[in-house]
Design a protein around this ligand. Structure first.
Ligand code: ZN
Ligand code: ZN
Ligand code: ZN
Length: 277
């Protein structure tokens, strides 16, 4: 499985669009790995996770053609994860030779609601709309999506909707994708363990840095979760642990975060990072 972290930032990106704080100014100066765009991940060039406004920039940067992709999982409808208005150029005069004729979008009930809410007010061309199918998933149920087994699990986040994290299994490798979420609910943790396979990759929300908030994880919880997964036998020394979705209010430049996680066996994501085995 090849995992590309297209965007590693928290909800406001880093530097934040409208922010003049010391940390944001430092990132504007440092550039490189300290520039964190909105959260998005691509599996094997074929399964996309989330669709933020930065999708266009991610595709330009990585040389991707989104017309090749038939399947997109949405974690939840916060705008740093799902901006359906960008789909209005998927076809007709704007996009030619689509390798994936249809785009299938999967998520909770709010995903269709935000899509319809957007395009009922600002209409999308019928031919473009007809090639986008939205599928509502049920938590803790396993689906065949492309060549993957995908299981949405309950995230500890955004209680006004039913946010998802995902287990993505290609038959050889398994990814546990925990973005956005606080420390997993006991029922989610139990499900993660009972899935019955060792995770090859664990990608964790690290929004809160040195702070704390129950609906996002912080650095110390990332370390704790790693230990708990190892203890439960759901991970081992071969498991690649990565933190992402790092906001700027509780953490600074990339190197400072790496310094915190050194010797922990946890890698700090950056835009364009590839994790593969
Ligand atoms: Zn987010
Ligand atoms: Zn700032
Ligand atoms: Zn969110």
């Amino acid at each position: 499985m090849k995992i590309q972290i297209l965007g590693s930032g928290g909800g406001e990106g880093y530097p934040a669009l409208f922010c003049g704080c010391v940390r944001c100014n430092a990132a504007r100066k440092a550039k490189g790995k300290s520039l964190r765009s909105l959260s998005q991940t691509l599996i094997d060039g074929e399964l996309l996770i989330d669709l933020p406004a930065d999708t266009h920039m991610h595709c330009m940067r990585q040389g991707l053609n989104l017309g090749d992709i038939a399947h997109c999982l949405i974690t939840h409808t916060h705008s740093d994860h799902y901006a359906p208005q960008i789909l209005d150029t998927r076809g007709e005069d704007f996009a030619h030779n689509l390798r994936a004729e249809k785009l299938n979008i999967y998520g909770n009930a709010e995903v269709a609601k935000k899509f319809n809410g957007t395009f009922n007010i600002f209409p999308i061309r019928k031919g473009i709309k007809d090639n986008i199918a939205i599928h509502k998933l049920t938590v803790f149920k396993t689906y065949s999506i492309g060549r993957y087994k995908v299981t949405p699990i309950k995230a500890h986040h955004a209680p006004e909707e039913e946010p998802f994290n995902y287990i993505i299994d290609d038959g050889e490798s398994v990814l546990l994708y925990l973005v956005d979420t606080g420390y997993p609910f006991p029922e989610t943790f139990d499900f993660i363990i009972s899935y019955g396979k060792k995770y090859d990759f664990v990608i964790m929300d690290s929004t809160m840095g040195r702070g704390y908030y129950e609906r996002h994880m912080c650095f110390s919880e990332n370390k704790k979760l790693k230990e708990e997964l190892l203890k439960a036998g759901a991970a081992d020394e071969a498991t690649a642990f990565t933190v992402t979705h790092i906001t700027h209010n509780h953490a600074g430049l990339h190197e400072e975060i790496e310094e915190y996680f050194k010797d922990s066996g946890i890698t700090v994501a950056y835009d364009g990072m590839v994790i593969e085995k």
